[in-house]
Design a protein. Structure first.
Lengths: 146, 146, 146, 146, 146, 146, 146, 146, 146, 146, 146, 146
């Protein structure tokens, strides 16, 4: 089995650290990438870390995981709440996908309480800031071991 | 009038044959393309067959049909249920567009019962598997003859 | 297997050609029957063609298909949107039923966007005028051949 | 033009006088028929007065009005609130149809506040008991004179 | 008992004849007043005819009917759909109030399908143009005689 | 008082034993009739047992119970969820009506959770298979004794 | 198998006979207990009869049925409409649970039309007063015999 | 501060002048660009004018405004009603964004009455045709001056 | 054509400058009037500026515009969201009406997201503070010139 | 600070004592005024007591409280449920406003369960008849003392 | 009649003074108890003051009021919005129950706007802090005197 | 700061291992407790592990955490979806609370998609089986260290 994990970030996450720091904190996407790579290494996995503002690109990348990655950690950002295409992609690829959100989306606007991603992902983690990504990697590797 | 028809496929349809075969069957997109081209030839039309996971690309392609294609057969996949942009594109191009779905979308989740594409397309065909594409080509050519 | 197909028409379709010609065209139910019989013959099937304004009679006729017809083409008219009894009948008879509508029901009033028939029928065709019946017969025979 | 008017009564109106007299009063359907015939005569019209518990029969009768009656007075009873088939029949026949209810349906259960008949009928009269039928005949004849 | 009837007209009805003639016709409020007074005289009643664009004034006038009028004919215009105050006024005055509308409100926008006035008025007449006022006066006097 | 009970069955129940046996079991309507007649005899009552696919016929039969039956056991099938006409018939006849369903309708599709019949029937029994009819007969006779 | 049945009563049922006698009758919970015990004896079962106003206690008692009772008759009172915990308990215990209500809950306030208990219980009986408990015991024993 | 303004146009606006001229007029996107550039010059600002059918590209462009433009005028077309990603982008960039629509979106289909863009944009202008863009540029510059 | 424009202000706008300055700013209605008059003069129009807390008075004033004003700028305040009477008045007067709001109403409570005024007004401007009135006057005059 | 309190009554309260005495009791508005004045005197405050059927007048009067009254006791009657204008007025005046209702509005029709006044008033008292006004005056003075 | 009043407090009210002081103030439940006892004495009644986090216990205590207390003052806390069991208990006990809330629940989250307690309690007081309890005791004693 | 963590389990979790093993797995609550204690020790914390079927007891235990525990891990089971009391308790105690669910609740019935607990808890973890508890303990300790 592949020893690589794909970490995907959706729209506006490239602005981390500059955007609404009261919600998302002041660290940047580069910081987050470093944390993920480091965590992956500790778990014995290589982490590929990407971000896109395009729904179609995120679908493409999830498809790419089919034969090349052991699993996916996905923060789909705003597309979480509107993209049936992402949900279908997750249901189609046959590798475990874990949903993560930096903030607790249930404490924000009503339209952020609905998640199409949750209908297909293995599990969901939200509200723990950047640390949620480490938790997701940890859970994914734990799952792969069983 | 153009003797070409554009057949467009939306997100995740590139995974046909590998994705949820209980719903979509085991034949692949390449098989489907072959069936469509063959059917087109039998009807006296060239078929251009494309697939994209990007909503914007599908909008672009529908626009492209304006002056170059006699009509469009569209399986918009998940964007069927969420894309007002696609609906507007169909309403704008001035060539007939026929909506097709492989499965009977009314027998799946509630959010698949709403179709923005249906509000602008000439007609809709669903539940007949790959054969629905042949039916759509047939109906389109029948329409063009009258 | 039976070589007969039952084509059923629901309420108000007896007025075809006189009723709202902008929606339904100017040809009559007799014209439609002729088209269906002719199409059936071309496909090697006898077509029985009926119309009723009564929900109960339509249920009776679907039951009748159980042992005597290879399949049913059903335009349930207004009962499409209100009749759970028809839906149950379709689910009970064990022969394929194809739903057809002359107009694209998704472009009319909201209450015509819900179809109980769709929850049980094999597939649905709408928006192609009388030609939709030929498409349905064609799809039914194609299905019976596989 | 025909000098006959068709007065149609829907389900359970045959029990008038015995059913829930606090809502519908104690006079019977025969009494109502007599009042309508008398009113019709005073207006110079013959009144045909019928009742059925079957939705399909009511649709049939409305169709019958097409070439044979100057107009229809319709109390569709419970079908008022559930029958799109009746609505379509009214929209198809090309003679004026006036909706009447004995009670004020807006003061009863919520599901009686919706009327499909109202979406196609010329006008509506409710809450005036049997006298509403006389008013409907009067309004119909007034309409026919203009 | 008083031999006077109060006919009340709500907002924008002063523009009758100039406003949306496809819906309301080309006769003016003065024409309507004349028709009502004449009809009243034929029935043996004096008709007081008023119009106001103010919800509060309409409430005041309904209160005024308490001791001085045999009944009220009310076309509350747009307040029909928004005014609980008018509904309460009708329920409080103890004289019969008949609701009338020139157009068939059930065939217009959804927000015109709800009537607070209907929850308290004796009966409702809609869709008969100006003639609906004559019908209402007739029904009111018929009611007063019984 | 009459010593006869009317047991009425609605649409598609004539297919019992052949239709969806996982929901309705494998015994037929004839079996059910035999059980009901036997149970009736044990309780000292004659049981008349009927089935119709027509809403209007069911309304007619409930009316028939007025002077000729001690009570009604009604499984209205799909009309349970759509027929205000049946509800009104039950409310009008003045004999006790008991609602019965073979399956537990609350565990099926959402549109089967609403029952117009329940708004007028004395009581409801569901989920006990054919035995529910015996329970209903038992409860009806117990009620008639008090 | 255990020859004991557990009959559970939810909140406010301890006030039977004193509370809203127009809905619940004038007999007390002690009377009901006696009827259930007697019925149980006639059926060859010991009946344990309990009441609690606490949701948690009712959940505990349903759990207790797992190894010690042949089945449960449950009138969950107001918790019927609000307790997912009770629903889960019923789904977990692996013994048949029959839902019973003294009144016909479908004829009361809207919030009493929803039952979480119905989503997990074998069947439901309502509207037959105290006799519904006897019916439930009878149905439970009939079920255990098959 | 930058002396450039970014004017962004969403899906299907490239078809202006050809698409539904009753709604959008007959002038083209090139005409609109010329008007905006000219207005910008009059106000002392350079106008960059772009159009894309891709939601992701529009998000990218809004991000681009962060350090390089004084503000954004945005007609998001159909994405107005479906894109939380665009809303988040606007909330993140820290430059003023003004929403503009050519038609009055409140007078079109219901699904065009909801605007995610409005939840984050400074203000909204709709219904004034192409002139709305000039108004938006004017308002933006007025805002920047204060 | 008249060279006068009517600027109308609805309920509570007389408290401008004292009421919720975080939403509405600290300038008063008198300041706003001065700005509007000045802007009107610059455009070659006389501006009549009024305020009322009464829905009926606002309807009266809109009617007054029929023959005496070239157009209306309307900030209907809270009546924006509740007044069908105002909507009807705007649709009746035959002069252009432009809707303006000081704040961006889409960023406030949900009940402020619905605007009856928008269903009839030519266009809408919101979120630009007092400057929105100048924009409205500008757009109105631009419209009158074409 | 002012030693005067304004007690305001909305539509139809002038009919107190004559209107629906089962809900509102048999004492009149004059009786209520006397009770309020007396209570005010006992508390050391002058009470101004008014009633209007006009929403606009009630808004005017609340504005009047700004500089001249220590607080307001408001029974807005039917406008409670429909008037955003009143809510805005309360939020704007900067003096405490206490909402009072004679009946318990939560036990009446559904549309009386929504209160716009409650969204801005300090507190609410309902269901205590006329005594609720005394309670409101008492609470207001208690509040002013702290 | 009993000279004792029962004051009941629901979940989390034991944390008063420590919990969200911006909403509930800084005084504790012990302070509140002292105020209630003192107020009771002034009114000639003994006050029993209790708190529980258990819905079942609150139901038990309301039952206890039946024969032993003159009335109940109830702050049901969060159970106000979810407990039909409490509503039923209040409707069953036959002593007056007054609902009180420290904050104005209509100005908090939507799910706090619904009160089952209000459907059965005599009256409701909210938004007056601890003083609301004194008002409730006062209103209760006033009620008992009449 | 305390070096103890409270792990709380809600209704029906005592049946783990016996209840619906397809959803919850076959390990028992005792197994889960062992895993949590072991994980706690590894993190340097003592874990107190409890289960209750009573909403009130869970509220009590959360209160207990105020001064005695460093944080809480809460699987509220069915109360997650119905208990505002639990939400208020979490918001009141001033220690971090982490919500955990064994299954992915978003893939089950609709009523399990709403979580009152999520509105107050720091973060949420679901879909990872028992391992979710370890993740929660890990996240809690990570949070306490920052």
């Amino acid at each position: 089995m592949s020893k690589s994990i794909l970490v995907l970030n959706g729209p506006n996450l490239n602005l981390l650290g500059t955007r609404q720091p009261d919600i998302y904190g002041s660290k940047t996407l580069v910081d987050l990438q470093a944390e993920c790579v480091e965590k992956g290494e500790a778990l014995g996995y290589r982490v590929d870390f990407r971000q896109s503002n395009s729904e179609g690109t995120l679908v493409d990348w999830i498809h790419e995981a089919r034969n090349r990655y052991a699993g996916v950690v996905l923060n789909a950002g705003a597309y979480t709440h509107t993209s049936i295409a992402l949900m279908d992609a997750i249901a189609s690829v046959g590798v475990p996908v874990i949903e993560v959100h930096i903030s607790n989306i249930h404490q924000r606007e009503d339209f952020r309480h609905v998640s199409y991603v949750s209908k297909a992902a293995m599990g969901m983690i939200c509200g723990f800031g950047f640390y949620g990504y480490s938790m997701a990697l940890d859970a994914l590797v734990n799952h792969l071991r069983h």
